[in-house]
Design a protein around this ligand. Structure first.
Ligand code: AMP
Ligand code: ZN
Length: 275
């Protein structure tokens, strides 16, 4: 992967986000419980998947691409459009030249399995299927100590949950980073909403308008709807309670900031810094 295959004009979906998700994945793999359940080949696949999982992200979401009938939406029949693109491009790039083919030394069967696992994990980052993956993980946890039965499929279930959590781990980062990632994603959504307004398209991310948005409130909503439940399950499993504590500390900060947030603070979130 070249850095240039991530679009550095995106405030959020750029190479730094990929590096952030890679770091989180690597951190999770260091947990003893995770290491015990995840097969070595799946751990390698997870690190590669994290690295490429948003490759060439255009800074617009799936719903936007579908509504505007873009080439990628037509190519992937409106199904996990971006996630399909990220992983397809990753393989196209690495297989294009012998010198950069990171799989060159693998046997055919080994490559097929590795490829399947990477595709599976990148597709798992589609947030429209978030609760499906959470439910599956919850169902599998009680059976995990039973190592021999379904070892492979359990390992993959853990990996899907792991990459999903790594992908949305920004609200569990120390406050300074948490606040910066929030400003980055919201700023990216502001541009998307502005384009939708300008072109008379449906608004795909309601509440993300520069003129009215309460940024701290968007973060409380994201935690309430997605992050808290995922990290409650994951932190318990991976025995990393400190992440959940940090999530709650950050949540309280956002909550207190939300009461006196003014939309005038949204003029340029990349330079204004909420305390
Ligand atoms: P991805 O696009 O692969 O990074 O998927 C993660 C998705 O989770 C993002 O596209 C956002 O929709 C959402 N997300 C992650 N972090 C935040 C955040 N701090 N606030 C709001 N949405 C977020
Ligand atoms: Zn991502």
């Amino acid at each position: 992967m070249e850095l240039s295959n991530y679009q550095n004009t995106n405030t959020y979906h750029n190479a730094t986000h990929a590096a952030d998700v890679l770091q989180a994945t690597s951190f999770f793999l260091n947990s003893e419980t995770v290491a015990q359940m995840v097969q070595d080949n799946h751990a390698t696949a997870a690190l590669i998947a994290a690295t490429v999982h948003d490759l060439d992200h255009p800074g617009r979401g799936n719903a936007f691409l579908i509504n505007t009938r873009q080439r990628l939406a037509l190519l992937y029949n409106d199904q996990s459009v971006l996630e399909n693109h990220h992983v397809a491009l990753a393989f196209q790039l690495t297989l294009a030249q012998n010198g950069i083919n990171i799989f060159a030394k693998m046997q055919r069967e080994e490559f097929i399995q590795m490829r399947q696992s990477i595709i599976d994990m990148v597709l798992a980052t589609d947030m429209s299927r978030h609760f499906e993956y959470l439910t599956k993980f919850q169902q599998v946890i009680p059976n995990l100590p039973d190592l021999d039965e379904n070892r492979e499929s359990n390992s993959m279930t853990v990996c899907r949950m792991m990459i999903k959590c790594a992908d949305i781990a920004n609200p569990t980062r120390e406050w300074k980073l948490c606040a910066q990632w929030a400003r980055r994603i919201v700023e990216e959504y502001f541009f998307q909403t502005a384009e939708e307004r300008e072109k008379g398209l449906p608004l795909t991310m309601k509440g993300f308008e520069r003129e009215t948005c309460n940024v701290p409130m968007t973060q409380c909503t994201f935690v309430d709807m997605f992050a808290r439940e995922a990290f409650t399950l994951w932190c318990d499993f991976a025995e990393i309670p400190q992440l959940l504590n940090q999530l709650e500390t950050n949540y309280e900060k956002w909550k207190s900031m939300s009461t006196n947030w003014e939309p005038s603070q949204n003029v340029d979130l990349m330079i204004s810094k909420p305390a």
